[in-house]
Design a protein around this ligand. Sequence first.
Ligand code: PLP
Length: 928
Amino acid sequence: MLRLLHDLEIRGTATMAKEPKAHEGRIDQFFSGPGARADLWRDLQDAAQAWVAGKDNRAKFETLLAELAATEDYHAYPGPHLLEAMRDRAAADDARSTHELVRRISTALLTRSFRRHAGDWEVNDEGDGAMPDILPPTLGRGELHRPYFETLIVTGMPAERWPGFCVEWRRLRRPLDQFVYEPVIVGSVEDAFCATMLNPDIAAVVINEGFVFRSRHDAPVLRTLSASMEQQHNTEMSALQLAQLLKKVRPELDLYIVSNRRVEELAGDPKAGVARRIFYSVEELLELHLAILEGVQDRYDTPFFDNLKKYAQRPIGTFHALPIARGKSVFRSDWIRDMGEFYGPTLFLAESSATTGGLDSLLEPTGNIKVAQEKAARAFGADHVFFVTNGTSTSNKMAVQALLGPGDIAIVDRNCHKSHHYGMVLAGAQPLYVEAFPMTEYSMYGAVPLRTIKEALLNLKAENRLNRVKMLDLTNCTFDGHIYNTRRVMEECLAIKPDLIFLWDEAWFGFARFSPFLRPRTAMGAANDIEAWLNDPASLAAYDKQQVELGKTPSNEKLLNTRLIPDPRQVRLRVYQTHSTHKSMSALRQGSMLLVKDIDFHTVEAQFHEAVFTHASTSPNQQLIASLDVARRQMELEGYGLVGNAIEVAFAIRQAVASHPLISKYFRILGADGMVPPQYRQSGFTDFLAPGMNWAVALKSMQEDEFCLDPTRMTLVCGTAGFDGTQFKGLLASRYNIQLNKTSRNSVLLQSNINNTRSDVAHLIRVLVEISQNVDQRLTQGGPNVRKAFEERVKSLMTDVPDLPNFSHFHASFRKDAGKRTNEGDIRSGFYSAYNAAGCEYIRLADPEIDRRMKSGPELVSANFVIPYPPGFPIMVPGQVITKETIDFMRKLDVKEIHGYDATEGLKLVRAEALAKHAGPPQKRAAE
Ligand SMILES: Cc1ncc(COP(=O)(O)O)c(C=O)c1O
């Protein structure tokens, strides 16, 4: 799909850096959605102003207007009527009034006032020339604000009749309507596709039969946009096919098909499920209008939040254990009233411990929480969703506990969040750690290569132990932005073990569902694609063909080198995803979701309820649950535009840092080439901003590469400016009020999200300029010693970096029935060995005893998790044998925060005598 955006001729949003040349077709330009549109309008305004001042001529203005008009057809405002007026004024050579109109429209677009003010739709602001039938009548002055959206109408009607058709639509509006919408009319597949991509305000699409394939415009921008439509050679497309295409781009949209014939047949087609409703002929206009409103209402409804609001209005007396509810103890107090004033009374009115009276129980939802969860499942492409109010730390533990039992093996990224490791301890499962590729120079890890995962599975298979493996547990995207090829990973693993369960920790990646580029690489995006593939008869043929090619007993090497196809008849598709809604959407801190798409969910459902009972508080926070409900509403109604904006902001930052002469002297943001080794970028993709890069390559990369980079996660290298990550993070926070995400030895992680604006970008860039200037000044004015000290500091940060230690192995006492070729172990026994104080000892890191023990034994075995932050992954897990690499890394580590390590006491180790006790078979220990 990305290919269609190749060479898009919309201007980028670079702020104060080198301006890109118009028509350059840079790769980031596609993502420059709303920002780029605003830029085009600003340019048009500048051109009009220059024309008024006599600095430029009318022709320049008209060229820009023609360029802009090609995509303006996809938006309701300013609409053909105002654009025509602008053309007329220009043709009449009236620079001043043309400029005035451009200025008014630009302002209305920028402030979004056209959604409320009818005057913005008028040609003259005094109201003369107003055409009541063209003005949207219910966008009235002084009216209550109603949410606004746009409805795309695809029709075969001749374009001359469109204005009249719009008038008819607007006549359907009633004061009772909850929302107000404007129609956007197009007549072709190409235009429908482009409008869906470019207009984030579109919330519903009506597809009438009779449209054509090609756009009535011949603007190159459209051709490039639509060039890669899957059906690009099929210039005959049915309404249903178009609906399927649009649903792929934006699954949240309500689609309506209007047909004049065979509606019964159409409605009976299983593929017609993509349409919310099918109508017979346009006679049903009012019904259609009501259906559109109802569809949006369905997304707008937030059952839990709505009930909580009602609950807060009721005069309720509480004789319950929540004195803060209703806020009386707060507002009557001399001492804590400021808290009440700070948060406002509503918070206290909405505090409740009730699970009745319009509220519901998170532990056993039967009412509005249940419905809210069902809506979230729809929004995120899952079958079921659990709301979780203690972060993804808890969602992960719940999933691990529910899906794994004692002795089950789970293949786990060793670098994953600690909640997975602790989950394994709780479940008694045996983690088989697999390693991500190291990025030693930045003291961070990438993601786990598929080959490593396949090798682990094939080794287990060779030892006849595949039946013990239940789960593959990975982080997507990683903290630093590495995105897996989720579909490929699952397909190839299912080819080896058809009932493997996948747990994808998408703590950072929940928003990705709402980007057509990122969605296929999410757990649920891929699961839905795999499900469609499983139902396609061609899939079995592809499997059979590969089996013949592989032969009866293919070698492991052959299996490792082949892109394996699973047997559609055998596959049990079991996919779980957790995400921190609070990390990328509008949920309050700790709001998280656990998503389920598991064909065998009925077999584990009871275990999930147990997991909820184990982990969920019996006093969950109502505001948190409400915020999960509201975050879902927002993403279903405006997530597409918001995510587009987050990506746009990221590109603006990347572009500005790369092209600013002073910033780029000391800082850089790593592109895909800096973050993903070339063997995992099979497409040859280097970076979004690389010269000559185009969308064809970017699309190939997204579809095929083993790992891609989430553009919104930006690793800014600061070691080259002489700062370590922690120091730089501190500087930005204390001096410039900029908060950022994680740090590494020589970098910090910047993250753009749905909340960022271009002003944020401008602030960040200004700050980077100032810091770069300071460094530069210090170096130019400081003399040779200062320069030498700087170079040494940079060298120490950038080159004298410690090697990242791999997971070694569990001590033999914790391996028991483990296989010979794989490294799984009984982490739970390792963990509890630390509870036996007499069985543990401490040795300080600097003590030569450590070196002696490593040389001549007994082996050093960690009694607990040791997690230095940064980088934040466990370099020791309970029961793990400590190797020289780990000790070297610990000794070189210069971070202050090391969870699980007490510098005064030293490393906590399991004594050799205690290890001997663990050495017996599991049954014997159980009897002890
Ligand atoms: C990959 C990953 N998973 C899970 C979590 C925990 O999420 P939460 O903070 O919502 O508990 C984090 C937190 O940083 C994380 O990075």
